[in-house]
Design a protein. Sequence first.
Length: 456
Amino acid sequence: MRKWQQRLPNHEAPYTPLGPFKLRLPFIHYRFELPDYLQGLLMCAVDMAAIPLMMELLGMPFEAAIAVVILNGLLYLTHHLLGDPVVPGWITPAIPLLILYVESYPQGVDRVHALIAFQMMLGVLSIFLGVTKLAAKVVTTIPSAIKSGIILGAGIAAVASVMEEGGRFDQFPMTVTICVGIAFYLIFSDHFKQLMRKGRLWRTIGKLGIFPIIMLAVIIAPLLQETPWPDLEWGITDPDFSTLFSRYTVFGVGFPPISVFLAAIPTVLATYIVLFGDVLQSQAILEEADQLRPDESIDYDSNRAHQIFGGRNLFMSIFGPDVVMCGPLWAAMHVVIVERYKQGKEAMNSIFGGAGSFRWGTNTGLLLLPVVSLVKPILGVALALTLLVQGYVSVRIGILEAKNQKDLGIAGVIAGILVIKGAAWAFAAGILLTLLIHGKDMVGFSAAETKDETID
């Protein structure tokens, strides 16, 4: 009998101790989940959506850009393999911050140096917070109003990036409207959950998550003349690691000057503030799922998570600097996986099986040229879909993070400043407003708050 079949009720999924990590391997420590693997095969389209950004900002050829995506994809596996029960992804809300930062340098070696310095410092900072266990203290000591504002602002920023003039909605208005509408219905609708309880067909569709939506986009986008029909190619993807290493890494352009590292500090700090919101989301979503699945105890450790995504950023800063960065959470897909996990042990034996199988699927998809060529025309649609689902989840969790009406008011101001002025300004305003309104009780809220002040 495999180890995953021996799990006792209210116990963690089996693992092999590995220092601060918990090693879990497919088929041995967790059951391989086919529905999540199939989702991953096509949802690699979202991972590939980083390619146009790198081509535009760095002048990187497509083949070198997909080499970066493949490297990043392999590192996604480290989360569930080492004990972090999440679907990792980009630091999506911080991408606009990083774009503004790198665009302040001329395209070429200077811009590559700027990206290397930024990602290296972000990785070192994250590892330091994880190893010293300060990450968990940060999570618990930041005032709830600031936590709420950061998460709420990240959600609004994600939606704004899709809906802004010239954004992805303007590029694919009908496809995005149809696909996002159906996706929200399948993932969040109470009516669809009732249908799932009544019929096997609906349960099957529900278990597939966003997979049917991506397939739908592949068909309807060309029918609506918003994208060309896919030009299917056969074989294995041919990434250009030679060009990547010789023109876009320290092996080709050398180590960035100290002055570039110093100039990156404000952007690193601002990005960590946004990244911190993803850590909070990971914890909140998993805590909600843990209450509904007493058969498995979920161990989420923010210190361990910091070490893993910090190590990913440090690795990529050396071997393949990445504009979308290495974040702790892909909120949209994490929610999809968790929603299926909530359906019970029969649907998904362990959260590690769902998260792990999905990321094995995305890695497989990136290597298969038929899959890459199939989803290539709808990369923008896939990115819009994940941003809008993330926006929905961020706003919901951000509001629930507020402890009372005063917190919610502060959070609204923080969110607005975050979207317009950036994370650093938002954090500064949050500290000032929380200090002025809560005073000595800024870490929590006064026990003397009246009942109608508290958010139920």
